[in-house]
Design a protein. Sequence first.
Lengths: 276, 378
Amino acid sequence: MNKKGWGKKIAVAPYTVWMALFVVVPIVLVVYYAFTDQSGALSIQNIRSILDYRETFFISIQLALLSTVICLLMAYPVAFSISRMKAYRQQTMVMLVMLPMWMNFLIRTYAWMTILEGNGLINRFLHLLGFEGFNMINTNGAVVLGMVYNFLPYMLLPIYTVLTKIDKSTVEAAQDLGANRVSVFRRIYLPLSVPGVISGITMVFVPAVSTFVISKLLGGGKKFLIGDIIENYFLGSTGSINYNIGAALSLVLMLLILVSMTVMNHFDKDESAGFM
Amino acid sequence: MSNNRIIDLKNISISLGGEQILKDMNLYINDGEFITLLGPSGCGKTTTLRIIAGFLEADSGDVYFSGKRINGVPPHKRKVNTIFQRYALFPHLNVYENVAFGLRVQKLPEKEIRDTVGDMLRTVNLSGFEKRNVDSLSGGQQQRVAIARALAVRPKVLLLDEPLGALDLKLRKDMQVELKNIQKELGITFVYVTHDQEEALSMSDTVVVMDSGVIQQTGSPLDIYNEPKNAFVADFIGESNIIDGVMRRDLLAEFSGRRFECLDKGFARGEPVDVVIRPEDVDVVPVEKGVLSGVVTSVTFKGVHFEIIVDVKGFKWMIQTTDCEAVGNTIGISVDPDAIHIMKKSMYSGLYGDYSSFSDELELLSDVSYEKEGLPDE
Ligand SMILES: Nc1ncnc2c1ncn2[C@@H]1O[C@H](COP(=O)(O)OP(=O)(O)OP(=O)(O)O)[C@@H](O)[C@H]1O
Ligand SMILES: [Mg+2]
């Protein structure tokens, strides 16, 4: 091998080591634990017991999907209007969108707790006006709210980026050929922004489906999302710790995400190649 | 207003980024003609097209389409289509869908769309490319997709912004012929932009020469070549010797210390003028027979002829001749009356038409070297 080849190898070596250490090893460990029992013997008992958590998987996916859809519906129009502003305005707006992300994720979620609580901000305000309070915390709604609030920027930024990259002359060409605003949106902006939407969906759905902090803080810690259950098997009280079932659940969740991402990517390709 | 004027620009002025781009422009375009806007880079050609297409609104002045004022009418409602300087094809659509775009917007029936797209692709020689991704096409093919896409909606007027700029010489020549044929066949008005003077002269019915946002001259290619209005036009279109002179009376001009009969009149007695003599119109004769004489300072072989630079009393002339002269030879020069063209003095006088600094390298650069900075304001 020539010198250049060696140079290349050395240059990528740190990344290779990094990948091996923090991606491959953990996955191998997860697989190992998932298919062994607590004594270390090979077993598929863990995988079988996953069926007991069908309900939990279902509700986790349901809430994650709902949050993703809400994020998409909120982020797209905002991203679209930001992308059409003057350059200096765009920067300010993007800054504003990012601003909450500078604060710690936990602190932001705690903040919502104090807002939604039984005697939190909203209810105290309502009482002040003489209304009765609502029970908001520890509901599915509160969890979805927490997800949407925390993950919205991850939907907005990729969509915004893709929209700004659309060549202005493509839009002009469409107008030139008789397309009015609605038509330009439907035939140019929409199909050309599909890749941004896809990565936005991925970036919101994946953390949402596996979250445990949000459900713990805003959902009352009732272990009702799959993330909570996995967390409990790894970090719960001494009696409840079971790496094997935890690993099996993680593995299934990972596969689930992988499958849905693959499906999405296929969808993306079809979409941009033969839209309409 | 004559009713075969399809587009009429009246007193158009526009500033962009604090700079005046077009200055009180007046231009009319006849139905069915091939008109070319010709001028150096940055002179406002694209801006003019964008005003016609509706992408830019003039600060003042009016745009008429078939006699109707269309200021403020958005692009999608104008019966004008554009072939953009950088084609602007739709990257997410294949060749077929690119061409079909305008028809789909009009919600035409599928069968009609299929027929029209097929026709158009045949016209531009791209049958069989329907399913291809536009990114996978060569520059010339993308170009032709852009043409087919614009023609598919049967525009009354097609605006073409340097459509052949990205192509190599051979393909360029072929496409010039193809475009001209398409224009004749379909009878569409073409407003064509280029900074290639040869292209302009060979394809157009009318040529509009622009510089710094001002139309310098409008006319048939022959008029523009034979009767340039000022030193800028004379120099931009082909090669010219532009010599400082004086009109002694009608039909008699004086330059290089001699009096010459010419065919121009209507100047005041003693009026200073610019005299244009094309290099191919100068005859090389024995010294004793020449009206003027000079020393050959450079000789370049050009294939059909030699291009020689001759120093005549300090002013360097370019002459095209089929005789081989040697550098250092003294030769005689004679010019027929019909080879002399007299122009009024303009802001461009003295800037062009002297070949003292001429070299082949300069010639190569000449397409980009017409910058406006050197020009004094009048
Ligand atoms: N949006 C804009 N803001 C500021 N200046 C502009 C804008 N658009 C064009 N200009 C300027 O207007 C002038 C004319 O531009 P235009 O594109 O019409 O030139 P052109 O004749 O088409 O040149 P080329 O042959 O290079 O395409 C240029 O100096 C350009 O920099
Ligand atoms: Mg241009």
